[in-house]
Design a protein around this ligand. Structure first.
Ligand code: APR
Ligand code: PHB
Length: 390
């Protein structure tokens, strides 16, 4: 079997890249380790930058997002028992974000791919990218006990943080940068209306809390928790009590409680692998970088990688120029590091660290106070939150 681009992984990165390439007449095969329902069962991010919204439109997958997604013009920062709104749109010349779950994005992209009759191999085991240091790369995998080989021009490693692509890069050719944070996020989904019509990011001496949503009837809430906590330690009642204690009274009293139908703990980390290209193999999205969720950048960075790679590959096939693919790694990394910086900064400012003493807490509150009362500082936050230009 032969195709032009083998895409490893059917998360948002792989599916979006596949759709944009297909729309330009470029042939792809996606190899996915697990099955479709497993991919769709993962609960993940929910805030899309305008650039990602535009890219989904360009891919022809934006209709349901525009019908059901919630455009947001602002966010609130909560500290010192008060809410302070950041007017994202007012501070950025009208830019906004779209609240629409990653699960829904993935669903829309899968439906489109299926309707277009494009090939996705689910349950592909032992996927291995090979020969990418030559002009004739190929990928092998096993399905139902049979080994298959697909020859191609390029391999796109869209297989997430635990994928095989990054691990296949020669050890001497890759450098990684990492910061692990000494806490996690306990997140729940509940079929209750959100506490506010916009997101609330709360700094509190007991720890960080976030009020988010998936729709007008479905809320997504998080509280910072110790890394060794277990989900079983957290009954719904304990979660709701802790959440409300960390919010200003005006927000706490608007929290509608109810049974959670999803509850999980995720560690927070920053990670970057450089470069993002090894010969004819590219790393895309979580395969190359991880950010803590505080800045809502993980999914959006995946989208900007996809955009740069899609431009490069289109240029290669339509104009026979390697300029775009040659520039891919540097272009992507320049934007990646700015989002890594922003996510690290938001995380540092909003969480309680093991060494956050009373002094540290006051410094955080002073920074937040400055942030919400200085138009220059608020504008810098807003510019990053809505997404830096591609
Ligand atoms: N072979 C084939 N597929 C694999 C392999 C493998 N060895 N390893 C992982 N995969 C698949 C996973 O099962 C998953 O479906 O690759 C996909 C990777 O998807 P994601 O982890 O969602 O990564 P990505 O598509 O880059 O999505 C961007 O940014 O911050 C996050 O929440 C955000 O998950 C989102 C990500
Ligand atoms: C979410 O809704 O899951 C969410 C929103 C904003 C974040 C992180 C997660 O910063």
């Amino acid at each position: 079997m032969r195709t032009q681009v083998v895409i490893i992984g059917s998360g948002p990165s792989g599916l979006l890249l596949g759709q944009l390439l297909a729309n330009s007449g470029i042939d792809t095969v996606i190899l996915e380790r697990v099955d479709r329902d497993y991919v769709l069962g993962r609960v993940r991010a929910g805030v899309l930058e305008q650039g990602m919204v535009d890219l989904l439109d360009e891919a022809g997958c934006g209709a349901r997002m525009h019908a059901e997604g919630l455009p947001h013009d602002g966010i609130s920062l909560a500290f010192d028992s008060r809410l302070h709104r950041i007017d994202l749109a007012g501070l950025t010349g009208g830019k906004r974000v779209m609240v629409y779950g990653q699960t829904e994005v993935t669903h829309d992209l899968m439906d489109k791919r299926e309707a277009a009759g494009l090939t996705t191999v689910y349950d592909a085991k032992n996927v291995l990218p090979q020969g990418f240091d030559t002009d004739t790369p190929f990928v092998t995998y096993e399905k139902d006990g049979v080994t298959h080989r697909i020859g191609c021009d390029f391999i796109a490693g869209c297989d997430g943080f635990h994928g095989v692509s990054r691990k296949s890069a020669p050890a001497g050719a890759i450098k990684t940068y990492e910061r692990a944070y000494p806490f996690g996020w306990l997140g729940i989904l509940a079929e209750v209306p959100p506490a506010d019509h916009e997101l609330i990011y709360a700094n509190h001496p007991r720890g960080f809390a976030l009020c988010s949503m998936r729709s007008a009837h479905r809320s997504r809430y998080y509280v910072q928790c110790p890394l060794d906590d277990k989900v079983e330690d957290w009954s719904d009642d304990r979660f709701w009590d802790e959440l409300r204690r960390r919010l200003p009274p005006v927000a706490a009293e608007r929290v509608v409680t109810g049974a959670s139908f999803e509850k999980s703990i995720a560690p927070l980390r920053s990670f970057v692998a450089e470069p993002m290209r090894f010969g004819r193999m590219f790393l895309v999205g979580d395969a190359a970088h991880i950010v803590p969720p505080t800045g809502a950048k993980g999914l959006n960075l995946a989208a900007s990688d996809v955009r740069y790679l899609y431009w490069g590959l289109r240029e290669f096939y339509q104009e026979r120029s390697t300029a775009g693919v040659d520039a891919y790694s540097a272009r992507a990394l320049s934007r990646v590091w700015k989002a890594v910086r922003f996510s690290w900064w938001m995380t540092t400012m909003l969480h309680r660290f093991p060494d956050t003493d009373d002094f540290g807490q006051r410094i955080q509150e002073a920074e937040l106070d400055y942030l919400v009362h200085s138009e220059a500082a608020s504008a810098a936050l807003a510019e990053n939150y809505v997404g830096l230009p591609y």
